[in-house]
Ligand binder design. Structure first.
Ligand code: ACO
Length: 368
C-alpha cells in the first residue's frame, strides 16, 4: 500500500511533467524557466488549454476574454459581497466561483475557463477592499490580467511589480497531479462540470500542507525576529515535531525549480537587502537541520518559501497569498479538467478494508 498515493501513476497527461529527481518541471513541452522568463500569462493559458482540448486557443483571444470575464464578474460583485461578509479571502473566492453557473447566458458566450480565471481577481479585490472599508476599484479590461489585479487592489501596478506578479502566476500555473489538480480531475471525471471541479480544487489548495504555506512563511520570519534566533528557533520547532513551512515536497528530492525562479523574481523587486539576507540565512539553517534530522529523505526548499517574498514584494497582504496561488493555478486546473473530460474515465480507486468483519464471515479481502 502506498501511503498518500506516493509514486502511484493515476492518469496520463500532456500538460506537465514533474521530474522530482532532476528538479525539472516541463509544462506542455516547455521548461518552466522559459515560460516564466519569456512568456505572457495569456500565452501560457492558450498553450495549456490547446494542449488539453486540442482546440487552437489564441493568446490574444484569451487576453481579451479574461478582460471581458473581469467586467462580467464585476456585475456580480454586489450579490457576492452580500454573502461573503466576514469570510476569509479563500472562502470568499470559493463562494464567488460558486455563484457562477456552468452555463452563464449573460456572460457573452465566454468559455467557462475564461469566466473562472477572469472572475478570481475581481472577487478577491472587491472582497479585500470591502472588508477594509475601502471603496471598490472596477476592473479595466484593457489591462493585463496580473496588472489589473494589482490595480483593483489599489497597489502599485507599474510594469516592474505587474510583470513580477505575472511571472509568479505563470510559475505556479501547472504542476502535475498535485492534490488540488488531482481533486479537479476526480470531480471532472464524474462530469460534474468545470465550475464544481474548480471549486473542489480550491478547497484542496486551501490547506497548509498545499497552498496555504506562504502566509505562514512570513509569520515564521516574524516569529524568529532576528538572525541570532534562527538556530534555537529551528531546534525548538523540530524537537516539537513541527513542519517548517516552505520546505519539503512530495515529489522533489532536490530543489524545486520554481523556488529558484521565484528567488530571481524577488531580486527584480524592491525587497530590502536585510530581508533577503535573513531569508537566505534561514533557508541554509533549515536545510542543514532537516538534512541532519532526515538523512535518508532529502527535504529542500519548495515553491512556497520564495512565493512569500515575491508576493510580499509586490505589496499583497499575506491573507491574499493563498488566493494568489489559486489565481495562477486555475489556468492549470481548467486545462486538466478539459483533458480529463476529453479522454478520461470515471476515477474510482479501491481501498483495502481493515475494519472488523461481521460474526461468522470468513476473512475476505474486500475492496470497495
Ligand atoms: N519540516 C519538518 N519536517 C518535515 C517537513 C518540513 N517542512 N517536511 C517533511 N518533514 C518530515 C515529515 O514530518 C516526515 O517525518 P516523519 O517520517 O518523522 O513523519 C519526513 O520529513 C518525511 O516527510 P515526507 O514524506 O517528505 O512528506 P510528505 O510527502 O508527506 O509531505 C509536504 C510533503 C506536505 C510538502 C511536507 O514536506 C510539509 O508539510 N512541508 C511544509 C508545508 C509546505 O511547505 N507546504 C507547501 C508544499 S508545496 C505546494 O504544495 C505548492
Amino acid at each position: 500500500m502506498s501511503e498518500g498515493l506516493e509514486g502511484v501513476v493515476a492518469t496520463e497527461t500532456k500538460l506537465s511533467r514533474v521530474d522530482g529527481a532532476a528538479g525539472r518541471l516541463i509544462v506542455a513541452g516547455h521548461d518552466i524557466e522559459e515560460l516564466a522568463g519569456h512568456w505572457r500569462l495569456s500565452e501560457v493559458a492558450a498553450l495549456l488549454w490547446s494542449t488539453a482540448d486540442g482546440q487552437s486557443w489564441n493568446a490574444d483571444r484569451v487576453s481579451e476574454g479574461l478582460g471581458l470575464a473581469r467586467v462580467y464578474a464585476n456585475s456580480l460583485v454586489p450579490r457576492f459581497l452580500s454573502v461573503t461578509e466576514g469570510a476569509s479571502p479563500v472562502e470568499a473566492l470559493r463562494t464567488g466561483w460558486s455563484l457562477l453557473k456552468d452555463s452563464e447566458p449573460e456572460a457573452e458566450n465566454l468559455d467557462v475557463s475564461l469566466l473562472l480565471s477572469g472572475a478570481a481577481p475581481v472577487f478577491l479585490a472587491a472582497h479585500y477592499r470591502h472588508m477594509q472599508g475601502m471603496s471598490l476599484i472596477a476592473p479595466n479590461p484593457d489591462r493585463d490580467h496580473a496588472e489589473d489585479y494589482l490595480a483593483m487592489l489599489g497597489l502599485d501596478h507599474t510594469p516592474v511589480p505587474a510583470r513580477a506578479f505575472e511571472r509568479y502566476l505563470i510559475t505556479v500555473a501547472d504542476h502535475g497531479t498535485n492534490a488540488s489538480t488531482f481533486t479537479s480531475r476526480v470531480v471532472a471525471s464524474t462530469l460534474a462540470g468545470e465550475i464544481s471541479s474548480v471549486v473542489a480544487a480550491l478547497c484542496a489548495l486551501k490547506g497548509p500542507l498545499h497552498g496555504g504555506a506562504p502566509g505562514p512563511v512570513l509569520d515564521m520570519f516574524d516569529e524568529i525576529g532576528g538572525m541570532q534566533n534562527i538556530v534555537p528557533w529551528i531546534e525548538h520547532e523540530l524537537d516539537g515535531g513541527s513542519r517548517l513551512m516552505g520546505f519539503g515536497h512530495r515529489v522533489y528530492r532536490t530543489c524545486d525549480p520554481r523556488a529558484d525562479i521565484l528567488k530571481g523574481i524577488v531580486g527584480s523587486l524592491d525587497q530590502s537587502t536585510d530581508r533577503m539576507q535573513f531569508a537566505e540565512a534561514l533557508e541554509r539553517a533549515v536545510l542543514d537541520a532537516l538534512a541532519a534530522k532526515y538523512p535518508n529523505r532529502r527535504l529542500d526548499t519548495n515553491v512556497e518559501y520564495y512565493t512569500a517574498l515575491v508576493l510580499d514584494g509586490v505589496g499583497l497582504p499575506r491573507e491574499l497569498f493563498t488566493p494568489a496561488f489559486a489565481m495562477g493555478r486555475v489556468f492549470g486546473w481548467c486545462a486538466h479538467i478539459k483533458e480529463q473530460v476529453a479522454g478520461g474515465r470515471l476515477i474510482r480507486p479501491s481501498s483495502r478494508y481493515t475494519g472488523t468483519l461481521p460474526e461468522g464471515a470468513v476473512a475476505l479481502q474486500m475492496a470497495g
